[in-house]
Ligand binder design. Structure first.
Ligand SMILES: *Cc1c(COP(=O)(O)O)cnc(C)c1O
Length: 359
């Protein structure tokens, strides 16, 4: 098992300094496959998939992440499956990635980590750092919603507010990472080992009869890429006969993936989107996301501010309280269902983040 960068360079997994400016995002090579007969049903949540994760059992600790409910709902009269990822311990699906990444850090003996995040990823890494007794520093853009900063600080993380854009924070984190282990949800491959379990659960909860289409957020793509990797394994092992079509949703105010998908120049709109969690102007895995959308025959949808606000209200009217970034995904799903759905097509989307910690 080793890490590999996008230009094919190989790195050992026991590296002290995981990432620097030159390394770029890393992928894990040589992780385990999948076999339904080996699922550890007695273990909590996503840890039922322990045999397919590079974590040794003594390092398994849980806050209750994974095995989220899968609901059959209707959106504007169209049937859709919705996975309730906002019910995760820290309030977003990021807990899948953080649970596995921080267990990995503990397994390697890493005493201290740094992370940068516009909100949920920081809160999630801080929660799992607390669980594993690892020191944690989170770099955030100054504009981050205060409830998420309070959450990080409550878990015991040191929070540093960085002036400027989201990208300025990312650059500051890379500098910081030259002397601290970088537990990044964008760069570190172990985060994606965790988000893979989203695919495993969807397949198992559907008795291996998987949905045709997944409608997922695309900021840094941590769920999109993880879900793809998981479904790819299931396909390669012959457990499923195809990989679902991946439909990526962005905010129209910041849609670099849609621009790339349409071969158009990327234009960042001025102002702050309600969907701040997916407003990522320079995602480090842009090419990977684009390849996934193209390979699976998916598409990239960009939603406007009005439809984000409307979808949050619409979902709340059904009794679910989600944050605006999560409502953006639903806005994309509603758009897809109305305009793209074909007869008999099974569609799945998710509630990615809880509403209680947002404005
Ligand atoms: C992080 C996040 C997203 C987007 O995920 P990416 O990994 O940036 O694509 C969507 N919704 C919520 C609630 C999030 O926290």
């Amino acid at each position: 098992m080793h890490y590999q960068s996008e230009n094919g360079k190989v790195y050992p997994v026991h590296r002290e300094q995981l990432i620097n400016d030159q390394t770029g995002p890393l992928n894990l090579v040589g992780s385990a496959g999948f076999d339904p007969a080996l699922i550890r049903k007695e273990l909590p949540g996503l840890w039922r998939y322990l045999p397919f994760l590079p974590i040794e059992e003594p390092y398994l600790k849980t806050l209750g992440e994974g095995m989220t409910p899968l609901l059959e709902m209707d959106l504007d009269g169209y049937p859709v499956q919705v996975k309730l990822e906002h019910l995760a311990p820290s309030g977003s699906y990021k807990d899948r990635g953080s649970a596995v990444l921080l267990a990995w850090c503990r397994q390697l003996g890493v005493p201290e980590v740094v992370q940068d995040s516009s909100g949920n990823a920081g809160a999630s890494v801080a929660a799992y750092a607390a669980l594993h007794n690892i020191q944690c520093t989170i770099l955030v853009p100054e504009s981050t919603a205060s409830a998420k900063l309070k959450q990080m600080e409550a878990y015991g993380a040191k929070v540093l507010r960085i002036p400027g854009t989201r990208e300025d924070t990312a650059r500051a984190a890379l500098q910081y990472a030259s002397h601290t282990y970088y537990a990044s949800h964008c760069y570190h491959p172990l985060f994606f080992e965790g988000t893979k379990t989203f695919a495993f659960e969807i397949a198992e909860q559907n008795h291996w009869d998987i949905p045709d289409t997944l409608i997922l957020p695309a900021g840094n793509g941590t769920l999109l890429i993880g879900a793809y990797l998981g479904f790819k394994i299931l396909f390669e092992q012959g457990i499923t006969s195809f990989i679902p079509r991946m439909v990526a949703v962005q905010t129209a105010m910041c849609a670099p993936l849609q621009a790339a998908w349409r071969s158009l120049p990327f234009v960042l709109q001025e102002g702050v989107s309600l969907a701040e969690g997916i407003a990522i102007a320079e995602p480090v895995r842009l090419r990977q996301m684009l390849n996934i959308v193209q390979e699976t025959g998916g598409m990239v949808l960009a939603v406007d501010e009005e439809s984000i606000a409307d979808s949050r209200t619409y979902i709340a009217s059904k009794g679910h309280y989600i944050e605006p970034t999560s409502a953006a995904v639903i806005a994309g799903a509603r758009n897809y269902l109305k305009q793209q759905l074909t007869p008999g097509e099974k569609v799945l989307t998710l509630f990615s983040g809880h509403g209680l910690k947002s404005k």
